[in-house]
Design a protein around this ligand. Sequence first.
Ligand code: SAM
Length: 220
Amino acid sequence: MPESSNPDRFARHSGPGPRTDWVAWHEAYDSPTGSLTRRLERVRVRLDGVLRAAPSAPTVLSLCAGDGRDLLGAELARRPRRAVLVELDPDLASRAAEAAAPHDWAEVRCADATDVVAFADVVPVDVLMLCGVLGNVDPDDVEHIARRCAGLVKPGGVVIWTRGGGDPDLRPDARAAFVAAGYEELAFDGSDDVFGVGVSWLVEPAPAPRPGDTLFEFVR
Ligand SMILES: C[S@@+](CC[C@H](N)C(=O)[O-])C[C@H]1O[C@@H](n2cnc3c(N)ncnc32)[C@H](O)[C@@H]1O
């Protein structure tokens, strides 16, 4: 069985049962009109806007970056000073590294993004991307995650995050969680669709997580 179709390859993640095949998950991007593609478009537009608005060329950290297409495939009017993408799956990290190769500002790390040790040399950053993360964690943990991740962001920096709709629709909870964790919402896209893309500005500085602290935990 090829590694990319083996559901047990995430067995080191906590909890019992098979894990999502994230390579297969990316195939939904092949649909030009699918919700993931619509979400991607909004993430890219928001990222471009954030980079344009930054006072100086920003640093970017993308956690659980997948194949990195939101950052590396975006048409950016202004490139980041430095961008680090962290992805655990070796196939996806390798695709991201290929996409990053033409950009001297981008670096891909095949590593566990739940521990700051994988990117301690980069933080705090101006822009943190948490796309495709919050729908895979315990919904009750989102506020804690937003709080912990605040320690990865410079005061005045932003988090671009996503949360899918569904039944129940927990996008309002995610938006409220960021506000409760010390951010101000700059934008939210997708209310009239099935996805959500939030841009949250860090108002209240937070202590940096220590190596070994768990930032988040995937439950699927
Ligand atoms: C829903 S996908 C999102 C991918 C990408 N950010 C996007 O929005 O297209 C979740 C990604 O998280 C990755 N992932 C899961 N656990 C991880 C971990 N502990 N560290 C780094 N990446 C992880 C998966 O391999 C997968 O690529």
